[in-house]
Ligand binder design. Structure first.
Ligand SMILES: Nc1ncnc2c1ncn2[C@@H]1O[C@H](COP(=O)(O)OP(=O)(O)OP(=O)(O)O)[C@@H](O)[C@H]1O
Ligand SMILES: [Mg+2]
Length: 560
């Protein structure tokens, strides 16, 4: 954007130069025109005045357009780059940070943008003005110039005294703003829970409380600004008292004429604008720096997901897990403890276990949402983390326990393709058939093009799950991971979908986490997890005959 920035800069410079012309025009109207009784000159000056006004108005018009364009491009570029990097961060990052924390950081980009626009341009122009007027001043009267410089230095020192306090306040404000917007997001996202539990007022008060804290910090901020401004005005006034004194005594002592004194004071007046402008930029530089730090905190200090090699997924689709240990947090207990499982290619393996036994965690490790596990996960004999991350995820069709739908059409939610010409119709039909959603799609007036609302708000839970299953099937993956993907379905649909899945499994490796007997009983192998350990493995009949953990888990379903 340098080209456009340069244009904006030139435009501003031209406007300022035109401004410099104005006093000369006025002066010549008086000296040549009026005093010289020169009507033609006055007429010429009229034309000059009109031309100047029209062109500066036009320049301002074009300049603000350019400004909008440049600032929009800069901010879009910055935020988009930020989002690209955020999306590459591993899952633990998203568990630590709230949505509103990230949103507030995106808001920080606005300050960086306005800093770039106003400050970078303004600093250049003001610096130029200070140099031009400063040397004029120096030429007129050295002593006055020195007093002016000394005053400005004290002024700057005073402003810098407040840097530390402002930084602390700004970071506190950031924290509390992000809490406050989190309260608001939660309030709006959990309307159903709030209504059914009648806690609307309490949740609103929670929001009010953090809002009050913001108010408190803003009052502190205002106090700080007022003290700073009062001190600054005092310094400037004292400076002007001394300057007037020097000028007056210079005139009395005959070092200066009255005219020179007036000229010197005019120049001083012109200088003070850019100087205080520069001081204002100190603030905005500081704010931009704080914002940049917060943005960089994420981009630089967080480790992105790494893919060390570009190896393709091996042809052998067997997943072999050896001595796998995992904990979410080094201070907490192991969630998975010495796991050894083989998931053979072309077979369905079921994982069962009590709630909290680590089933979902195991699946997330297979999707490489977390890196810090100990032990081995091998795919066809190759370590999983040596396979290219994107290629691996492209080959995995998964339905997560908290799978999400997008606010778009059914078609998009199955295919995740924006461009309809990229859609594979055969796969689409297969996915619709396996997930048994043809009937309900056809009952909607817009069929596949029916919008489904924010996170599928217009659908039943079982319909959502079936669309998620269709999405996983449409990917035509080599590995299918289903985490409680059919638990909201009626028994009939569940049974049929399980059968359908078994039909399309050929060559694929499937892992199904489920509680319902009908889903797991046909699995080639059933793995029973208990408190992060594998306690039993085998097919349904073997495990039932063992009368162990598996039998305990499903015995109440056997009575049917
Ligand atoms: N992001 C997380 N951070 C910290 N601990 C977690 C996290 N996710 C899960 N846990 C813990 O890990 C353990 C295993 O959780 P996991 O979700 O794998 O269980 P699960 O077997 O899938 O249970 P369910 O049947 O209820 O879905 C639980 O004790 C849980 O509290
Ligand atoms: Mg789970």
């Amino acid at each position: 954007h340098q080209k456009y920035l340069a244009q904006v800069f030139l435009g501003m410079l031209a406007t300022i130069l035109m401004g410099l012309l104005t006093p000369f025009i006025r002066q010549s109207i008086v000296d040549f025109g009026i005093l010289g009784n020169n009507m033609p000159f006055i007429n010429t000056m009229l034309v000059a005045g009109i031309v100047l006004t029209v062109s500066s108005t036009g320049a301002g018009f074009i300049q603000s357009r350019l400004m909008l364009y440049v600032s929009e491009r800069i901010s879009m570029g910055m935020v988009s780059d930020f989002l690209r990097k955020v999306l590459k961060l591993p899952m633990p990052f998203f568990e630590r940070k709230t949505v509103s924390d990230i949103l507030t950081r995106i808001g920080d980009h606005g300050r960086i943008q306005s800093f770039i626009m106003s400050t970078v341009l303004g600093v250049g122009i003001n610096l130029l003005l200070i140099i031009v007027y400063g040397s004029m001043m120096f030429y007129y009267e050295t002593n006055m110039f020195l007093v002016f410089i000394a005053g400005s230095a004290i002024y700057t020192g005073w402003i810098f005294l407040f840097v530390g306090k402002r930084k602390k306040l700004d970071n506190q404000l950031f924290e509390i703003r992000s809490t406050n917007s989190n309260d608001l997001l939660e309030l709006l996202e959990s309307v159903n829970e709030i209504k059914s539990n009648n806690i609307g007022d309490k949740r609103r008060w929670k929001w009010e409380l953090s809002r009050f804290k913001i108010y408190g910090l803003r009052v502190k901020n205002m106090n700080l600004n007022q003290v700073e401004a009062t001190g600054a005005t005092f310094i400037l006034k004292m400076q002007s008292v001394f300057l007037t004194y020097i000028a007056a005594s210079n005139v009395i002592n005959g070092y200066m004429t009255l005219g020179m004194m007036m000229a010197a004071q005019y120049i001083l007046g012109q200088l003070s604008g850019p100087i205080s402008g520069m001081i204002g930029y100190v603030h905005s530089i500081q704010f931009a720096k704080l914002s940049l730090q917060r943005v960089n905190e994420i981009i630089l200090e967080e480790e992105p997901e790494k893919s060390v090699s570009t190896m393709d997924v091996p042809d052998d689709k067997t997943i072999d897990i050896k001595h796998l240990d995992f904990h979410y947090n080094p201070n907490m207990e192991k969630v998975l403890d010495d796991i050894n499982i083989v998931f053979p290619a072309g077979k369905v393996t079921a994982i069962v276990g009590e709630s909290g036994s680590g089933k979902t965690t195991l699946m997330k490790l297979l999707l490489r949402f977390y890196e810090q596990s100990i032990g081995e996960i091998n795919i066809g004999g190759y370590p999983l983390d040596e396979i290219d991350l994107n290629r691996w995820r492209d080959k995995c069709g998964s339905v997560l326990q908290d799978g999400k739908l997008f606010n778009d059409t059914i078609l998009y939610n199955i295919t995740l393709q924006d461009d309809e010409s990229d859609i594979d119709r055969n796969l689409l039909n297969k996915a619709i058939k396996v997930a048994r959603i043809k009937g309900f799609i056809n009952r909607r007036p817009l069929k596949l093009y029916t919008p489904i609302g924010f996170n599928g708000s217009g659908l039943s839970q079982g319909q959502k799950q079936r669309i998620l299953i269709a999405r996983a099937i449409y990917k035509d993956p080599d590995f299918i991971f289903l985490d409680e993907a059919t638990n909201s379905l009626d028994a009939n649909n569940e049974k049929k979908i399980s059968e359908n899945l078994n039909e399309i499994i050929d060559g694929k490796t499937a892992i199904i986490i489920a509680h319902r007997l009908s889903t797991i009983r046909n699995a080639h192998n059933i793995v029973v997890l208990h408190e992060g350990k594998v306690v039993e493995q085998g097919n349904h009949n073997e495990l039932v005959n063992r009368r162990g953990k598996y039998y305990q888990l499903i015995s109440n379903q056997l009575e049917l």
